[in-house]
Write a new protein. Structure first.
Length: 499
């Protein structure tokens, strides 16, 4: 059986704790790999390596860093398919979706390649008599990233390329459910010339996470995952004096106004709700239909959903793959099975779905729930699976109030032909990312990603300018130099002394 070990100091390091976790092929249900789970002592060893590497990397020139990053970008581009294959094998998403994940991660690597302009700083001259003031940004030291299973390549690339470009060294703790992509990213970074110890990968479970949160030499922590864990990460790491950005869960809404193009809205709802099997924090999981369009919109969504081809991620015909684990599949199914008892109309029931020849895979079909109540479990919880809830509102104001009442504020969208309504929506809605006729408003790499309310803990969003500010700290330098004409007697600098 394949074993995934740690990557520390530029090389593979075998697990020493004796603890291993199973990695399953979601399409077959077969355990194909085991991953080493680090002890607190192993985490400490990785941090010590990263701390030592920071002594030189933190002082390295921007030219040296960007040279590595440009080479890294080329290697990632050349290895897109290899990375995607690892994602398909361990996460289960279809190959095209995995390739898209790599492409979005590459956007942040490209942003990191331009770090020279992002770290230019500011200068004010002659603020007083021969006094200048400069503002500069410097790296923090050893920083850590804790990343989720749903994007095993993209989310790590949202973190470490910017962190190392800013001069930090990095400890990545990826999900133990699909760990291989993280090691591949680290190996390619080493091939690109990243010095040993600058990027390290430590696999593990809660013990490894707690060790990172408590370690005195880890100065900042980035996290993407569920809201309860994000809250714990933020509380614990902050209590230990660390800088924290912790992105939590979501319940993303799509408000569809009566004037919207219903075909476009239905297409968007299907792709945004069921893409990547709904296992993404930016999935649309609640559609709010305004006015009399609800029945027609639900029918158009149903027609499209029934045509989605579900199968193994390595089958080119597949449009949606399995869920990550059997336990998660069963949890998602429980929301559908309990929906009717809580007042919803089950338009499509995806529970009990299987794929011929892969009966032991973690399969679930697409589910569509109509007339969902806001007090039901299917609406209140982040399901993280291919379940779309449809709610009804009589007016725009009622729909906005419904969305704003949600404790989550990650992303939301409006579908309308009315520019005035869209303008009101983007100003009135309480969410960090807004789409206008765009169902999944994930910002491009040079803008930052992050939500509001229970979807974000900490002051900084991830990547973009916020990411660069998170991985650096400001310093202001005030200088005053005497004029050369005031040099002591006997020192001739060639300056006139008559003024």
């Amino acid at each position: 059986m394949k074993t995934v070990n740690h990557w520390i100091g530029g090389t593979t390091v075998e697990g020493a704790s004796g603890n291993y976790g199973p990695v399953t092929d979601p399409a077959t249900g077969e355990v194909t790999t085991q991953v080493a789970l680090a002890s607190a002592e192993e985490v400490d060893a990785a941090v010590r390596v990263a701390k030592e590497a920071f002594l030189s990397w933190g002082q390295s020139s921007l030219a040296a860093r960007t040279k590595v990053l440009f080479a890294y970008r080329a290697l990632l581009d050349a290895n897109r398919d290899a990375i995607a294959e690892l994602i398909v094998a361990e996460h289960g998403k279809v190959h095209s979706d995995a390739l898209g994940e790599v492409a979005r991660g590459l956007e942040i690597v490209e942003l990191a390649c331009g770090i020279t302009t992002q770290l230019k700083g500011e200068l004010s001259t002659s603020v007083s008599n021969r006094v200048d003031v400069a503002a500069i940004r410097q790296p923090l030291g050893v920083v850590a990233g804790i990343t989720p299973f749903n994007f095993p390549a993209m989310v790590p690339m949202w973190m470490f390329p910017l962190a190392v470009a800013c001069g930090n060294t990095f400890i990545l703790k990826p999900s133990e459910k699909d760990p291989s992509a993280a090691n591949k990213l680290a190996e390619l970074a080493a091939e690109a010339g990243l010095p040993a110890g600058v990027l390290n990968v430590v696999h593990g479970d809660k013990a490894a996470v707690d060790a990172l949160l408590a370690h005195p030499d880890v100065v900042a922590v980035s996290f993407v995952g569920s809201t309860p864990i994000a809250r714990h990460i933020h509380t614990t790491a902050s209590a230990n004096g660390k800088r924290v950005q912790a992105l939590g869960g979501a319940k993303n809404h799509m408000l569809v106004l009566p004037d919207a193009d219903l075909d476009a809205a239905a297409d968007a709802a299907v792709s945004a709700a069921y893409g990547s099997a709904g296992e993404r924090c930016m999935a649309i999981s609640a559609v709010v239909a305004v006015g009399a369009i609800g029945d027609a919109l639900v029918e158009k969504i149903r027609e499209r959903a029934e045509k989605i081809k579900i199968g193994p991620g390595n089958d080119p015909a597949s449009e949606m793959g399995p869920l990550i684990t059997a336990a998660h599949r069963d949890k998602v199914a429980s929301y559908v099975k309990g929906a009717a008892g809580q007042g919803a109309e089950v338009v499509l029931d995806g529970t009990g779905y299987t794929v011929d020849g892969h009966e032991n895979g973690h399969w679930i079909g697409l589910s569509l729930l109509d007339h969902v109540r806001t007090d039901s479990d299917a609406y209140r919880d982040e399901i993280f699976g291919p379940v779309l809830c449809v709610l009804r509102a009589e007016t725009y104001e009622e729909g906005v109030a419904l969305i704003n009442a949600s404790p989550f504020g990650n992303g939301t969208a409006i579908f309308t032909r009315d520019g005035g309504a869209a303008r009101r929506f983007q100003l009135e809605i309480q969410a960090g990312m807004v789409g206008v006729n765009v169902p999944i408003p994930v910002p491009v790499g040079y803008h930052s990603f992050g939500g509001w309310k229970d979807s974000l803990f900490g002051d900084h969003h991830i990547y973009g300018n916020d990411g660069i500010h998170f991985y650096t700290r400001g310093k202001v330098v005030t200088t005053r130099w005497p004029d050369p004409s005031e040099a002591p007697d006997g020192v001739d600098l060639g300056f006139p002394r008559n003024h």
